[in-house]
Design a protein around this ligand. Structure first.
Ligand SMILES: Nc1nc2c(c(=O)[nH]1)N[C@H]1C(S)=C(S)[C@@H](COP(=O)(O)O)O[C@H]1N2
Ligand SMILES: [Mo]
Length: 412
């Protein structure tokens, strides 16, 4: 984190902020030129091929889910190279297409208002001068893997790449709230960004956290990501980090923080991102009449990343397998792996512990049942003792998938 720690508050780094911030106009205005290459996301029931693009500002090779607003998915093989997802291949998701393509770092202000002693307006210089915190955390869209739901549900048809892990650097939200002074009786804190709806009555993107959660000292206003400033598309100049929670709460281009004396009744909290209040948020397809709650903590997940779905390999009696795991809202305790469709399981060796909210690498050698088609599976147990079940869930939002995933390879 050398460059950020040492330099962010200086003139040099402010110029770098600015340079980064004006990237992008071309990529936004015109439809990006698409590469000919297609990636098969192996979504059940077809419509599974997606183009690959490197035409978005600050982004390398990404799977194109939507141009306007940009929805870019990280190719699975990226997760095999490091538990930290490079900024230029970190997935992108926006709800509204009206996203600023340049940020003036001198006039930018983060407004803190509402149920506080004194509303404040914080410049980037001031934000950068506050005491810093840093930790690794997985950013995962609530609808990551939605395209794998059976029966299929509407919404972005993500494969497994609407997620990424980064080392986030910033200041605690608590320290910023303390500058304004939260008044007694505060219930929630609402966060808004610089993006705007593109239709007259479209609901502006606002998300809220309970006041105690907002003040837990971990929730972060981040301006650093893997030792660099945030890419514009990932929320430059600063965004919220809510470790362990789905990234719908991780408001990008964060510009407003409003302390509320009661619950947030706006669209994005009251209507959108609600999950069934049932075990694992699971309901029968077509079910109605169940109670719902706002989506919240993530669940444990894991993937084989050393081999891709559909990959052909030379048969060997035992093969090396590797992948990544996440605990959800706590650490990874262990990961087991199977190469025979779940009949026999083998323990894996965990890689370095980068913190409880981070991805964790796992590796193993496993026997193959023989040549032919082989179903690989991995299963994560988190430090709260929760593990991935075999059975997929279903809900109409396509949220919170967490079952054991299957990677089919052919050994010959
Ligand atoms: N301002 C703003 N912040 C936002 C969103 C948005 O539409 N606007 N989308 C949220 C959702 S649903 C997701 S999944 C994450 C995606 O973060 P990323 O694009 O950095 O990967 O941003 C979150 N923060
Ligand atoms: Mo999301």
């Amino acid at each position: 984190m050398k460059s950020l720690d040492g330099e962010l508050a200086t003139e040099t780094s402010r110029r770098r902020f600015l340079a980064q911030a004006v990237l992008g106009t071309a990529g936004f205005a015109a439809a990006p030129a698409l590469a000919q290459q297609l990636v098969d996301l192996h979504l059940p029931g077809g419509n599974s091929d997606r183009p690959v693009t490197d035409a978005f500002p600050g982004k390398g090779r990404m799977i194109l889910q939507r141009i306007h607003p940009p929805l870019l998915e990280t190719p699975m093989e990226v997760f095999d190279k490091s538990v930290f997802t490079p900024n230029d291949q970190f997935y992108v998701r926006w709800h509204w297409a009206d996203i600023p393509t340049s940020i003036n770092v001198d006039s930018f202000r983060l407004e803190v208002s509402g149920h506080v002693d004194k509303p404040i307006s914080i410049s980037l210089d001031r934000l950068l001068s506050l005491p810093r915190i840093e930790y690794a955390a997985v950013n995962q869209c609530s609808g990551n893997s939605r395209g794998l739901f059976v029966p299929r549900v509407p919404g972005a048809q993500w494969g497994n790449g609407a997620m990424g892990n980064a080392k986030w650097l910033g200041v605690s939200l608590r320290s910023v709230l303390d500058l304004a002074g939260v008044r007694p009786g505060a219930a929630q804190v609402r966060f808004g960004g610089l993006d705007q709806p593109v239709v007259p009555d479209g609901p502006d993107y606002f998300k809220s956290l309970a006041i105690d959660h907002a003040r837990d000292g971990e929730v972060m206003i981040a301006f650093g990501m893997n030792g660099e400033q945030l890419p514009l598309l990932n929320g430059f100049p600063c965004r919220l980090i809510v470790p362990g929670w789905y990234s719908t709460y991780w408001v990008k281009m964060l510009s407003s923080i409003e302390v509320l004396p009661g619950p947030d009744d706006k669209y994005w909290m009251a209507k959108a991102y609600k999950i069934p209040d049932t075990p694992r948020a699971d309901v029968k397809p077509g079910a109605t009449g169940y109670k719902t709650v706002p989506i919240n903590k993530m669940v444990p997940r894991s993937w084989v990343t050393s081999l891709g779905d559909g990959q052909a390999i030379a048969y060997e009696p035992t093969i090396p397998l590797g992948g990544i795991a996440m605990g959800g809202d706590c650490g990874v305790a262990r990961v087991a792996v199977s190469a025979d469709g779940g009949r026999s399981w083998y323990q894996t060796q965990l890689g370095p512990d980068e913190g409880k909210y981070s991805f964790r690498r796992w590796d193993a050698r496993v026997p193959l049942p023989g040549p032919g088609s082989v179903k690989l599976m991995s299963r994560c147990w988190n430090t709260d003792g929760v593990s991935q079940p075999m059975q997929p869930i279903w809900n109409s939002g396509g949220y919170m998938r967490g079952n054991i995933e299957i990677t089919t390879i052919v050994a010959s």
